[in-house]
Design a binder for this molecule. Structure first.
Ligand SMILES: [Zn+2]
Length: 180
């Protein structure tokens, strides 16, 4: 069974810098894609994302996905960070793009490693924030089809991405212990 890294590496056969064929090169205890011609090493890393548990009156805002993967399933609003983008800036950008709101003072909750089922598959590093303050009127747009305020005590059976459920569970636990 190939590892996640081997699965992702199998999609990249040529050096992104000079176009020569890359080879697997041993580095410490693992293998990295390396170009014998120009010396470029194509490091495999998880891609960072930022998501927000938007909380109001004991309920969390869920969004319905308008696009694949998990089209039609409930989700937590968020998205991939751009290169060199501050996570909070990225979170605020995503909330504006998806919901038309301006969020302020997001509070860091937790971080998880996940998988995004694309081609090639992406390993993700998912940062979750808690948001209780925002301005503007909620209006689903971009890759969001609808939204709903959902009781934290009764979450939908189907929720896109395993990390979302984990973040909600951890938030509920921390709320009970007055940590958040
Ligand atoms: Zn090269």
């Amino acid at each position: 069974m190939p590892s996640v890294k081997q699965r992702i590496q199998s999609y990249f056969r040529f050096c992104p810098h000079c176009g020569s064929r890359s080879k697997l090169h041993r580095v410490h205890d693992t293998h990295e894609l390396h170009c014998p011609k120009c010396g470029y090493t194509f490091w495999m890393n998880s891609k960072p994302t930022a998501s927000a548990l938007i909380i109001r009156n004991g309920k969390v805002l869920l969004t319905k996905r308008a696009i694949s993967p998990f089209k039609g399933q409930w989700d937590i609003p968020g998205g991939f960070l751009d290169v060199h983008e501050d996570p909070i800036t990225g979170l605020q950008r995503e909330m504006h793009e998806e919901l038309g709101i301006r969020v302020s003072k997001p509070k860091f909750l937790s971080v998880y490693v996940g998988m995004y089922p694309s081609t090639p598959p992406q390993s993700t590093l998912n940062l979750y924030y808690v948001v209780t303050k925002y301005t503007g009127t909620l209006k689903p747009q971009d890759d969001v089809a609808a939204f709903a305020w959902q009781s934290l005590r009764r979450l939908p059976k189907k929720l896109a991405f395993g990390n979302n459920r984990q973040a909600l569970r951890d938030f509920v636990k921390m709320t009970k212990r007055n940590i958040v």
